[in-house]
Ligand binder design. Structure first.
Ligand code: SF4
Length: 363
């Protein structure tokens, strides 16, 4: 899969998401929607959520269907839309979709895969179309392990060239890194790598064992706490934003460190976030493979606001196990995608959290 196994690209003052992010009410609309415009991709990443294929699927939403979706996303008040894949550069109408999204007021980003498509010319072309931010996946700071993980020799080199090409084109650059057991030993080297790359945003994902990543091992609950502490330091000392995805317990970690509860909830599956796949099926997250409908039959806005799966995911009272009893559940709630992957229920406890709740639920 492309750029990244989905997850949540970020929001940076200089990049995607500047206008309305503070005023987004997660009951009314997500902060961002990721639309997987194609599943076709020349890579074969070990952790690919989408199990991407080489060729394009005839069931992909057409350009016009995609514009209808973008209208609905903008209409419900969502400020950000990310066009993902697969490899979004496999669609020749990518620029048309970016330009359309910009015209109707969306911040538009994309996540190209490190293939032959990733040229300076194409990057300049998406810049002309109005692309606000472009994300590249780097899971190890050196070629060997990165290419092994991505399944294609040369992927690392192409990614580094892509980052340089995006800088040349003048597009703010984001790096996405997905940590799992195999690459956690590279944490310090990855920090050094991203610091060198003049990025605006580092999005750090934590593996959800789903799709092609189902047999991979994530990091331990203890290591999550260690990584949080280190990334808090990076956040303070760096000129770029550091955003963690599928690590909602960071909000509990920060609340404890600050001595006061955070004021707003973490983005979570169906709560500030929605994912639309290549054929229009809508999901609370790309990592939570339970669809709540198809956007060609029911608008995304209606699915987000009214489908019981989405509504229940926004309700801390529905959480089970220790996440249900936890006093931090309304700001954290645990990764609903990881709970689904590891317990079979999207409302189950998140096994990656080491916190022992005091037993009171704060709704
Ligand atoms: S127990 Fe669940 S809700 Fe509480 S901090 Fe951990 S992941 Fe979050």
């Amino acid at each position: 899969m492309s750029g990244h196994p989905t997850g949540i690209p970020g929001v940076h003052p200089k990049g995607i998401g500047r206008p309305k992010i503070d005023s987004v009410d997660y009951n009314k609309c997500p902060l961002l929607v990721i639309w997987e415009i194609t599943r076709s991709c020349g890579l074969a990443c070990s952790h690919c959520r989408a199990a991407a294929q080489l060729g394009r699927d005839p069931r992909e939403l057409t350009t016009d269907e995609g514009k209808t979706l973008l209208d609905d996303i903008a209409g419900m008040g969502t400020p950000i839309c990310i066009l993902s894949g697969g490899d979004p550069f496999n669609r020749p109408d990518l620029e048309d979709l970016i330009a359309y999204g910009k015209r109707i007021g969306l911040r538009m980003g994309t996540i190209p895969a490190a293939t032959e498509n990733l040229t300076d010319e194409r990057l300049a072309s998406i810049k002309r179309a109005g692309c606000d931010q472009v994300a590249f996946s780097v899971d190890a700071p050196v070629a060997g392990p990165h290419d092994h993980f991505r399944g294609v020799p040369g992927a690392f080199e192409k990614t580094v060239k892509g980052i340089e090409g995006a800088h040349k084109a003048g597009i703010p650059v984001q790096i996405n890194t997905c940590f799992a057991e195999w690459n956690l030993p590279y944490l310090e080297d990855m920090i050094a790598f991203v610091k060198e790359k003049n990025i605006v945003f580092w999005e750090v994902f934590f593996l959800i064992p789903t799709g092609r990543g189902a047999n991979m091992k994530g990091i331990s609950a203890k290591d999550f706490e260690r990584v949080f502490a280190r990334l808090e330091e990076v956040r303070k000392e760096s000129g770029f934003h550091v955003k963690l995805t599928e690590a909602q317990q960071l909000y509990r970690f920060q609340s404890l460190a600050d001595g006061e509860m955070k004021k707003s909830p973490a983005v979570n599956a169906g709560k500030g976030f929605a994912f639309v796949d290549f054929q229009g099926d809508a999901y609370p997250s790309g990592f939570l493979p339970v669809s709540a409908g198809n956007v060609q039959k029911r608008p995304m806005s209606e699915i987000y606001r009214e489908a019981s799966l989405f509504k229940d995911l926004r309700d801390p009272e529905k959480l089970q196990g220790k996440c249900g009893r936890c006093e931090y559940n309304w700001i954290c709630g645990g990764s609903r995608a990881r709970a689904f992957a590891m317990t079979g229920s999207p409302f189950g406890p998140d096994p990656s959290c080491s916190y022992v709740p005091k037993g009171n639920t704060v709704a």
